[in-house]
Design a protein around this ligand. Sequence first.
Ligand SMILES: [Mg+2]
Length: 233
Amino acid sequence: MKKKWLIWDFDGTLAYRVGEWPAWTQALLEVLDREIPGHGVDPDLFRPYLRTGFPWHSPEAHHPHLSSADAWWGALEPRFADAFRAAGAEEAGASKMAKAVRRAYLDPGRWRLYEDAVPALEGLSSSGWKHALLTNHVPELPEIAGRLGLDLHVDRIFNSARTGYEKPHPEAFRGVLDALGRPEKVWMIGDNADADVGGAKAAGIPAVLVRKRRYGVEPYSEGLDGIAAIVGG
Ligand SMILES: [Mg+2]
């Protein structure tokens, strides 16, 4: 019998990066706080620099040239440096801080699982579901997930930094289905109505939107405790 699989988004669905600000703004702020204590910069200043230029902002583009972690982060450094210059850093300082974003973002102490993540994964496993991750994320995502203990529950990880395809690109989903042997039952679960739900549905995979409701996108579950009732046995 073919196995049944749930394909999970990671960030904003199973886990999140702690902080008062959105994850990337927060990571840049942590670097700035360390390098220029008492800087007085409004972190909103970073946001325009972080709204474009990441691989997932161009999901139509295949990016195999970013498949090494150094290449992936290196492509973002000029953008981070621009942001730090805008925050008042001089040239050398901005470059140094841009390089420091990688380590700051990956700081294991900053990543948490949502409280309902493990109970939901375990409950669904006991009903025979297997779990995979499909994420648009940094190259080190498997290590982040592993430190959070997700490797105890998740059998496969498909990460855009490695595959070169960002959700909602159809190849991101097709690659997962192929690797899982075209399972008879499969659902995508994620917090992004476009990348997760729209992308999955376009690839023929039913999908559940979680945590961030969008009018007209169904089925929806606020918490992960509602997934079992939607995907059934
Ligand atoms: Mg997400």
